[in-house]
Design a protein around this ligand. Structure first.
Ligand code: 5AD
Ligand code: FES
Length: 356
């Protein structure tokens, strides 16, 4: 193996930081052999922090209405072919009850930016879920709102918030989004969420159109700045009814390298092996876990709406019941020597009462 690359991986594993130039060298000079070494180091760190447990999050995709028009996303408002739906409060509570019986102790309410769900409606949902399941963590993933809205959600009992930054490079951000959306505002939301005491997740797509390795270095440096509790990354996958329909998908190889690098940069971070990773390769999620990821997020949405929440083409699990995904994932984790945990799966320094 190239001795310079090996030294960089060792430094990243031991000191959990590299500068811009070093991160770029590592990405540029990586070989299959170097990647194997990187993933081995990432696994060691993952085992030291989390052992062989994998945390589960039950994802409830409760609305696919969205006022935004992101160029990569299948539920963008310009996609008039998308069949729009909203789940009722009863349906959402039903998903949680079913998830609870299957051992889920975290629920993620994810949706497009849907003005129908006013701050008060969202807060009311949060209260109802937390009242029904006080031993569960609740995560919101509903996009950009004001600091005051976020404060209301936090007061209502929401524990965590996922808001991917998508790319930490402003020029690249402008190539993926219409002018109404800015990286600056996205970053402000993330800082607001952190200050309000949420466990915060950011993240980005790997291999999105116009992305360079320099942009990915910007993403990694941004993680070092924000110090999020969670990082969601997955390959970009084209959706046929978007401006990026003809663009190539991100690769498994680069996504795994980035998962490994993120595990070494932020040893305690909650890192999902995403559905997108499972979509580009039949055993993508298993490979993600073996690259340092420690979370899976199966879908708890009713099967009747699953095939309508399509951010990208060929999404897996759209025909499967929650119980089937739970059993399928248990088998997949078992096949690589890992087990699904029945627990909230909080960020470790938080559960010991030690603020990060
Ligand atoms: N391919 C992969 N991921 C996508 N997302 C949206 N569209 C796509 C796509 N075409 C991701 C974005 C978003 C998250 C919910 O899904 O990163 O934040
Ligand atoms: Fe859904 Fe395998 S995880 S069917």
């Amino acid at each position: 193996m190239n001795t310079q690359v090996k030294a960089l991986i060792d430094r990243l594993a031991n000191r959990h930081t590299l500068d811009r130039e070093e991160l770029l060298t590592l990405l540029e000079q990586r070989t299959p052999e170097a990647a194997e070494y990187l993933l081995e180091k990432a696994r060691e760190v993952r085992h030291a922090v989390y052992g062989r447990e994998v945390y589960m999050r039950g994802l409830i995709e409760f609305t696919n209405y969205c006022k935004n028009d992101c160029y990569y996303c299948g539920i963008r408002c310009s996609n008039h072919k998308a069949q729009r739906y909203r789940l009722t409060r009863e349906e959402i509570l039903q998903c949680c009850a079913q998830g609870y019986a299957l051992g889920f102790r975290t629920f993620v309410l994810q949706g497009g930016e849907d003005p129908f769900f006013t701050d008060e409606k969202v807060a009311e949902m949060v209260r109802a879920i937390k009242q029904a399941h006080p031993d569960c963590a609740l995560t919101l993933s509903i996009g950009e709102r004001s600091r005051e809205s976020y404060r209301l959600f936090r007061g209502a009992g929401a524990d965590r918030y996922l808001l991917r930054h998508e790319t930490a490079n402003a020029d690249h951000y402008a190539k993926l989004h219409p002018p109404a959306l800015t990286l600056e505002r996205r970053k402000r939301c993330l800082r607001d969420l952190k200050e309000l005491g949420f466990q915060v997740g950011c993240g980005f797509m790997v291999g999105s159109p116009y992305q360079t390795l320099e942009h990915l270095v910007d993403d990694l440096l941004f993680l070092g700045e924000l110090e999020p509790h969670m990082v969601g990354i997955g390959p970009f996958i084209p959706h046929s009814e978007t401006p990026f329909a003809g663009e190539p998908a991100g690769t498994l190889e680069l996504t795994l390298c980035l998962l490994g690098m993120i595990r070494l940069l932020l040893p305690e971070v909650l890192l999902p092996a995403t559905t997108a990773l499972g979509t580009i390769h039949p055993t993508g999620r298993e490979a993600g876990i073996l690259a340092g990821a420690n979370v899976v997020m199966p879908n708890l949405s009713p099967t009747s709406v699953r095939s309508k929440y399509l951010l990208y083409d060929n999404k897996i699990c759209t025909g499967d019941e929650a119980a089937e995904c739970r059993a399928c994932l248990a088998g997949r984790m078992d096949s690589i020597g890992y087990t699904l945990a029945v627990s909230r799966g909080d960020y470790p320094s938080l559960s010991t009462g030690c603020p990060s």
